[in-house]
Write a protein that binds this ligand. Structure first.
Ligand code: FAD
Ligand code: NAD
Length: 478
């Protein structure tokens, strides 16, 4: 439906928080002629996280896997969506407003603003989980954002250069060259694998001391990659342990972090200090500050899940009118899903379609309606939104309930495990198929290659892969 010009200025205000998997996939589906769409995010790009780990060693350049969000705001056939590079710091679910601040280096006279919404979609993802362990935020590197990869890459090389100083004590060399990865989930394992590749293919050739590098993967549970099938766990643990530079410490939890040491606790509750040069922290997700603020604002009697915003089958946030949540920031307690890009992107696409369908249905309904009086009342009472809320909230609810609920389609899980090998797991209703090895590696590459959003990204990634295969990864600390 193309709205007549008179209706356009009264389109419902839809505000999307975040420029990640969930919100970008929703934005790509939304009909911007039906909605007045604004996107708020502290970063003005989308980041393709499945290939992020490659950026820590230079297998790929991270610029090859980002996309400017403004590119997706442009529409040839309809109104453009508006983008503001800002962080949303609070939501008032009663007044239906959000407060945003500029947290970038350049500030203008205006560096804070409020926005009104009819519908707010929270897709702010998740923060790094630290379990409030002292010293983690101050001393560890994380693996979530564009800049994290630069910090890690820089530190790896810095440790090697510093270890190479004349008269550097032996003990200090061992400390500098102990690279510790905390968390044996997919992020920690993929990073360990990538680091091993960097060591074997590039660092050993260039640094005489590189043979003394130890990569220590610390996992609190008895096994790494616990979400995967047992066969895959055994395969990956065996593979990683076969590399003489790699150690896997399972049943070992990091309980404290200092500038040069971590404190680990084993299953007998004994604590030991372990010196490190590089510490990468990958122990999963925690809700973002904004998610926690919103949970508090709605009330913990309704919003009572530690993982994020409680939503229903249509992504409506429980206890709040006009607020929706998708991706890592949300949880449907009756159908909990993994916090993955695969889930967030399907949710974003579903919600985009749901908004379009609802707007269209309700708009058509309104045209059909002969009840002029109702229409006048609606227009007087709801000046900002004549399309989505043509009648009462009750009828809005009945529209929603006529829509099919979201059904997640799991396409399988893939992870890179180093030395041109990957693992894959495909879960059916009654059985699980797994595969490991070189062929799976090409499957991993092709899947993520095709999932990249643009031809530009695909071209850059292919060049990066070819460049590092032919010339090796760059070891300059620049
Ligand atoms: P995100 O994609 O994280 O996006 C959140 C957005 O919100 C960002 O743009 C952020 O800047 C913005 N934001 C944050 N705070 C605010 C605020 N206050 N106001 C406004 N905007 C805000 N999943 C897979 O399925 N396959 C994989 O192979 C895979 N590999 C991964 C590898 C790594 C290293 C990591 C870290 C994750 C990986 N994941 C993978 C998980 C996947 O990236 C996440 O599940 C997915 O990004 C979640 O999407 P999202 O839209 O909820 O959040
Ligand atoms: P995760 O939650 O999957 O794993 C974190 C691990 O850290 C757990 O095994 C936990 O036992 C361990 N841990 C927690 N505290 C610890 C401590 N103090 N000391 C030692 N170990 C500790 O986290 P992740 O790997 O960061 O992944 C986050 C999300 O992103 C997950 O949903 C994951 O599925 C997704 N992801 C997917 C892929 C992929 O599909 N290839 C890759 C990366 C991330």
């Amino acid at each position: 439906t193309r709205l007549p010009e008179s209706e356009r200025k009264n389109r419902p205000k839809v505000v999307l928080l975040g420029s990640g998997w969930g919100t970008l996939c929703m934005l790509r589906k939304l009909h911007t002629d039906m909605f007045d769409v604004t996107i708020i995010s502290p970063r003005n790009y989308f980041l393709f996280t499945p290939l992020l780990v490659g950026g820590t060693t230079g297998s790929i350049e991270v610029r090859s896997i980002i996309e400017p969000i403004r590119k997706y705001c442009k529409r040839s056939d309809a109104n453009e969506a508006t983008f503001y590079e800002a962080e949303c710091i609070s939501v008032d679910p009663v007044k239906k407003t959000i407060r945003c601040v500029d947290n970038s280096a350049v500030k203008g006279e205006v560096s804070e603003f409020d926005l009104q919404y009819d519908h707010l979609v929270v897709g702010v993802g998740a923060d790094n989980q630290t379990f409030n362990i002292p010293g983690v935020r101050e001393n560890a590197c994380f693996l979530k954002e564009f800049n994290d990869t630069r910090v890690i890459r820089d530190k790896i090389i810095d440790c090697l250069e510093t270890a190479s100083y004349p008269s550097q004590p032996e003990k200090e060399i061992d400390r500098l060259l102990n690279f510790v990865v905390v968390g044996g989930g997919p992020s920690g394992v993929e990073f360990t694998a990538e680091l091993n590749d960097f060591l074997q293919s590039d660092l050993l050739k260039n640094y005489p001391l590189a043979k003394r590098i130890k990569v220590t993967l610390v996992e609190a549970l008895p096994h790494i990659l616990t979400v995967f099938d047992k066969k895959i766990i055994d395969h990956v643990e065996k593979r990683l342990r076969s590399s003489e530079n790699t150690r896997i410490w399972t049943k070992t939890a990091v309980v404290g972090v200092k500038e040069k040491d971590i404190i680990v606790r084993n299953e007998k509750k004994e604590e030991t200090n372990v010196p490190y040069g590089l510490l990468v922290w990958a122990t999963g997700n925690a809700p973002r500050k904004l998610t926690t603020q919103l949970i508090q604002a709605i009330g913990t009697n309704v919003q009572n899940n530690r993982r994020g915003l409680v939503i229903d089958d249509y992504f409506r946030v429980a206890g709040a009118d006009g607020i929706w949540a998708i991706g890592d920031a949300s949880i449907n307690p009756s159908k909990p899903l993994a916090q993955t890009a695969q889930v967030a992107s399907q949710q974003g696409r579903y919600l985009g379609r749901l908004f379009n369908d609802l707007a269209e249905e309700m708009y058509n309904e309104k045209i059909k309606s002969k009840d002029q009086k109702l229409e006048q009342v609606t227009q007087e009472q709801q000046p900002t939104s004549t399309v989505f809320q043509t009648t009462t909230n009750k009828s809005f609810d009945s529209f929603i309930k006529s829509q099919p609920v979201f059904k997640y389609r799991h396409m399988g899980t893939l992870a890179y495990v180093g030395d041109h090998q990957a693992v894959a797991e495909f879960k059916g209703d009654h059985s699980t198929t797994t595969s490991e090895g070189y062929i799976t590696y090409y499957l991993w590459r092709s899947v993520y290659f095709t999932k990249l959003l643009s031809i530009r990204n695909r071209t850059l990634v292919v060049f990066d892969w070819a460049k590092s295969a032919i010339f090796g990864r760059d070891i300059s600390r620049a």
